[in-house]
Ligand binder design. Sequence first.
Ligand SMILES: Cc1cc2nc3c(=O)[nH]c(=O)nc-3n(C[C@H](O)[C@H](O)[C@H](O)COP(=O)(O)O)c2cc1C
Length: 467
Amino acid sequence: MTRRTSVTAPEHLGSTEFRQDYGVRYAYAAGSMFRGIASVELVTRMAQAGLMAFFGTGGLPLETVERSLIVLRGNLVGTGNFGMNLLCNPDRTEREEAAVALFLRYGVRHVEAAGLTEVTPSLVRFRFNGAHRDGTGRAMASRQVLAKVSRLSMARDLLSPPPPHVLESLLAAGHLTPQEADAAGELPVVSDLCAESDSGGHTDRRNPYVLLPEFQRLRDEAMARYGYTKRVRVGAAGGLGTPEAVAAAFVTGADFVVTGSVNQCTPEAGTSDAAKDLLAALDSEDTALASSPELFELGAQVQVVRRNTNFAPRANMLHQLYRRHDSLEAIDPRRARVVQDIWFRQSFDQVWQETQQHVAVSRPRDLERARKNPRHRMALVFGWWFARTARAAVEGNAAHSAEFQIHCGPAMGTFNRCVAGTSLEDWRRRHVDVVAELLMHGAAEVLGNCLAGFHEAHGGRQPFRIA
Ligand SMILES: Cc1cc2nc3c(=O)[nH]c(=O)nc-3n(C[C@H](O)[C@H](O)[C@H](O)COP(=O)(O)O)c2cc1C
């Protein structure tokens, strides 16, 4: 017998303060997706439905980010419930600084930070701009930073107040006032810490049932140690493609959830119909790890679609060539031929000519390094192919469909299964807010059924936290 008791509602799942601080109905957010895949349309639609989403700034020129911000502000007059992605990259601090300056100029109140390997001055500048003490002397921040991480040491640093030397440098540069720096010394770097487990895109494929409780414990320790008066929220991302998975995150104590992969296969996502057709046909086993385009030289990995595209094996082969050889010239000639004639369809020299022109403008220091270091030159030449594969998928370029680079996790396949045989089997009906409603209502129903069953067996005790 199926039980249909609605003991709880989606508005009650997770943290009440999350909903208040972000001005949204659910403790739910659609995460950023680079190159504007998390598009203006996607963010607007979510905000108009009273839900949170972050615009995907990664890989876009700053002028495009600025134009998108202007449109977003115009679309969403009077509502502050949208955010921007802040990608932190130790090799590209200027870009991060410029992004933060832009966000502050346009009054952005929420950012989703990712790619963190340390607490950066730009992140601290954003978070504590406008920080102050209230009438009772309590330190308060007026901006939210939701940071997605999977490493404990990084989580610990983000749960602490900013390092004094970072505050001093921001004060010296005039990027924080003495009042802001004073309040910052008593507040955590983030308002929201998100435990990112097995997700689409960059991932350490951590286990959510290990990661989330670990982060919660670190949060509790930090609360006690620093005496924060406001609770730092800990949420979950990765693998959330069904009501059951979302329910599991809330049962594990998540204050909020962040989805990614499922939002890429919606009419609002800024990618091609060809990519969405491919995504809508996936099973949960149709993803693979591939060498990361952005962190290629560090050997980081991204989770991508593996069905009907050769991107993952080719990306991994390029990384092997990079690891084994000191220069393009040292690669076995037969292998080099295959890469140039079949994969790239251009010679390494032609690619290098094109790459140099681009890198000279966007990353002049990199170009200098590549001229001295043939291995770095190889990485830049391979980077040209990575950029082409991402562009091909977003544009739906049929000539390059065999190498579409589509970031995606297993959540996509589980979502497809979940809506099979319903009107949402057609991705054109999967509006991003409809996906959110389905997951949150479904999770509430799953939990309602669990609660009803639990009450039946245990006489009314509460098995998990409902706000
Ligand atoms: C296509 C795609 C692109 C992504 N790009 C970014 C990005 O630029 N910045 C970021 O912080 N996260 C990015 N993510 C991660 C998502 O915001 C989200 O954290 C993650 O996808 C959640 O896991 P899931 O895919 O299992 O739902 C991306 C994810 C996907 C699927």
